[in-house]
Ligand binder design. Structure first.
Ligand SMILES: *[C@@H]1O[C@H](CO)[C@@H](O)[C@H](O)[C@H]1NC(C)=O
Ligand SMILES: *[C@@H]1O[C@H](CO)[C@@H](O)[C@H](O)[C@H]1NC(C)=O
Ligand SMILES: *[C@@H]1O[C@H](CO)[C@@H](O)[C@H](O)[C@H]1NC(C)=O
Ligand SMILES: *[C@@H]1O[C@H](CO)[C@@H](O)[C@H](O)[C@H]1NC(C)=O
Ligand SMILES: *[C@@H]1O[C@H](CO)[C@@H](O)[C@H](O)[C@H]1NC(C)=O
Length: 623
């Protein structure tokens, strides 16, 4: 606060005495002209639209320079307070120590930081201010009485301060990035379809044994992200060495610790760039810088195909339940109607006065298998009834034939709800996935998916789970083809299809060190806009997706032609036959038994036989 007040007074003084002799004298004797000063400001602060200004000194010359800044700088600025969302820093002072202390306060980790140091003094070449390490990833220019220094691009290594003889030679950002063959350290892993790098050899780098991808043939230098990476290397003119990462994900332990995967070496600055299906999410972003995404991927499950089934009640399938109920009701109604009419109308055939007989006859007529002689008075009614029967029987038979000879299948599993109902489990190699990134945990169904997760350690275990059944495979759609998260043998995919409902989606990006962010982003946008990213995506998928990976998109249920009828679909029919037979046998047995209660069944049968013989011998019958 005190400093502000002080500055304000001094500035007012300067403003008041602007036209005075003294100030004019400064203008003439100042070591930097207004034009050069403005040019320096413009070239240094190319990307920022606000500025943090640090100044402590109170000498008139410093205030004169500050005044020039105030007059020229078109945006807002803050004095001696650090506003972190502003990435431009203007340091003005007379002593190295002062400047050095201010420099230490700047978050130079961010690659978009722009620093201009104006020292109203001379500077030795070995000064602390010209020590590149304190500038981190920032871009910087240093101007003093004894010379002009420009810090080399933050993506070149080692960075150096170049002494330029004219202000015009200060480096300008013209969008051209050339790494001049700098070797970048990359990390990735075998992960179709984004990377097919596989063979490695051990190399010693910085006294540590590292597994490095050979990447020496075109078959391996394949994969969508590898293709994009190679294009970047060519355009930006860098060379590379690619380390193999053991795991893809790694795990976040707490806000400051990330273990394994592609993120840890990035975070610890052991590699400059990492790719291999890295997701654009907050957890990753809080540890490393992520580039523009190149594509959006969709997470799906592979679920077991519906298996053919055969129901015992297949015979009932041609008609829906309502039709069956209506049918039974109409038979009952018709029987009651006939029965009542027969009761009151003496001309009606006598047999209809018995309800059960009526019911049986009407059922028989409906099926077209009943043709008694006596139809007096009820001709029209029974005629219409039999017409209905004909239609019903025809409909039933044709529908039955179509249904029985086509295979029946279990219901498809297409939604998360059906997934849960089918009691499926799913798994993935460790580490346990961060569920909140895969699923929408606010959804009542999707939030149950984590409880269905079980860890699988090896490919063999995945295979065993698949054989055991009730197991879903997690993966994502790249383009139009589904790729499982873990490698699954082609043979095992045979009985799987893709569940229609998507469970999640994500953007795929590259992780880079801050100084790589801007050049890679720029090239990534160009690759996307020009359609090159999409081209490689389709090209790689077309070349590399196996037959079985395409196969899982095809539905097979209900498509394998006619089948031979077996016992089960006709089961209900046979059951009915058996029931009828048993009942009639029972009735027959009871009839014989009660024909003559004093005799046994055997004797009764013998009586019947004897009577029959007598009857047939009788001449009356013969004629
Ligand atoms: C630059 O500064 C770093 C620490 O800030 C120090 O370790 C290093 O020795 C310095 N380099 C020179 C040449 O002074
Ligand atoms: C790439 O860098 C090398 C090494 O500095 C250089 O010889 C070559 O000319 C550069 N290529 C391009 C296209 O700039
Ligand atoms: C990867 O390389 C290993 C040997 O280096 C080989 O056994 C394995 O089959 C390769 N995997 C693929 C998918 O090519
Ligand atoms: C994170 O964990 C590490 C070790 O596991 C510990 O040293 C560190 O203090 C923890 N940080 C926070 C913020 O909890
Ligand atoms: C890079 O990441 C760091 C933290 O990980 C973050 O503070 C910084 O803003 C990021 N840089 C950019 C340009 O996003």
């Amino acid at each position: 606060m005190k400093a502000y007040l002080f500055l304000y007074i001094i500035l007012k003084d300067i403003r008041l005495s602007e036209s005075s002799e003294i100030v004019h004298k400064f203008i003439e004797t100042s070591w930097i002209t207004k034009k050069d000063f403005n040019f320096t400001l413009k070239t240094t602060f190319q990307n920022s639209i606000c500025c943090n200004v640090y100044l402590h000194d109170t000498s008139p010359e410093i205030y004169y320079l500050f005044k020039k800044f105030v007059d020229y700088y078109p945006y807002e600025y803050s004095l001696n307070v650090n506003t972190y969302d502003c990435s431009a820093y203007f340091l003005l002072g007379s002593t190295e120590k002062e400047i050095y202390n201010d420099l230490k306060k700047i978050p130079t980790f961010k690659s978009n930081t722009e620093i201009l140091v104006v020292l109203n003094n001379n500077l030795e070449i070995n000064s602390n201010i010209l020590n590149v390490t304190i500038y981190g990833n920032a871009n910087a220019n240093v101007v003093c009485k004894s010379g002009i220094w420009s810090l080399s691009e933050n993506y070149l290594f080692p960075r150096i301060f170049q002494n330029v003889d004219k202000y015009e030679k200060l480096k300008q950002n013209d969008g051209k990035v050339n790494f001049h063959g700098r070797q970048l350290r990359i990390a990735t892993l075998y992960r179709p379809p984004v990377s097919y790098l596989n063979r490695t050899s051990i190399k010693i780098i910085d006294d540590v044994e590292e597994e490095i991808f050979d990447a020496d043939d075109d078959l391996e230098r394949d994969g969508i992200e590898v293709k994009l990476f190679l294009l970047m290397a060519e355009k930006l003119n860098f060379t590379w060495i690619i380390r193999k990462s053991k795991y893809r994900y790694g795990k976040k332990y707490n806000e400051t610790v990330w273990k394994d995967g592609l993120i840890e070496p990035m975070y610890k600055n052991k590699v400059d760039m990492a790719f291999g299906g890295i997701w654009l999410n907050l957890d990753h972003y809080s540890f490393v810088n992520l580039t523009e995404p190149w594509y959006q991927l969709f997470i799906h499950f592979l679920v077991p195909r519906p298996q053919p089934t055969t129901s015992f009640w297949a015979l009932t399938r041609p008609f829906s339940l309502t039709i069956w109920i209506l049918l039974v009701l109409s038979i009952l109604l018709q029987s009651i109607c006939m029965f009542i009419r027969a009761r009151f109308n003496p001309q009606f055939p006598e047999r209809f006065r018995h309800f059960l007989l009526t019911l049986i006859e009407l059922t028989g007529r409906l099926l077209g298998s009943w043709a008694p002689k006596n139809m007096v008075n009820v001709k029209l009614q029974l005629y219409l009834w039999q017409m209905l029967g004909l239609i019903l029987v025809t409909a039933y038979c044709s529908s039955l034939a179509a249904k029985l000879t086509n295979s029946e299948y279990e219901k498809r599993i297409d939604t998360i709800q059906q997934f849960l109902e089918a009691n499926l489990k799913w798994g993935r190699r460790p580490p346990t996935p961060p569920f909140k990134e895969f699923f929408d945990l606010d959804d009542p169904d999707a939030s149950q998916l984590p409880s269905r997760y079980k860890v699988v350690e090896t490919s063999k275990e995945i295979h065993e789970n698949i054989i055991k059944g009730n197991y879903a495979i997690l993966g994502n759609f790249v383009g139009s083809v589904f790729f499982p998260e873990d490698e699954v043998a082609n043979e095992d995919l045979k009985n799987y299809r893709v569940m229609k409902e998507m469970v999640g989606k994500f953007y795929a990006t590259f992780a880079v060190q801050p100084w790589l962010l801007s050049p890679i982003n720029r090239i990534m946008l160009r690759l996307k806009e020009s359609g090159i990213a999409t081209f490689h995506l389709q090209d790689v998928v077309r070349r590399r997706a196996s037959f079985n990976l395409r196969e899982i998109l095809i539905e097979y249920d209900g498509k394998n032609g006619l089948r031979v009828l077996t016992l089960t679909p006709l089961g209900a029919g046979f059951f009915l036959l058996l029931l009828g037979l048993s009942i009639s046998t029972l009735v027959f047995y009871l009839e014989i038994k009660y024909a003559n209660k004093s005799k046994s069944i055997r004797e009764n049968l013998r009586d019947i036989d004897r009577k029959r013989k007598l009857y047939s011998r009788s001449p009356l019958v013969k004629n």
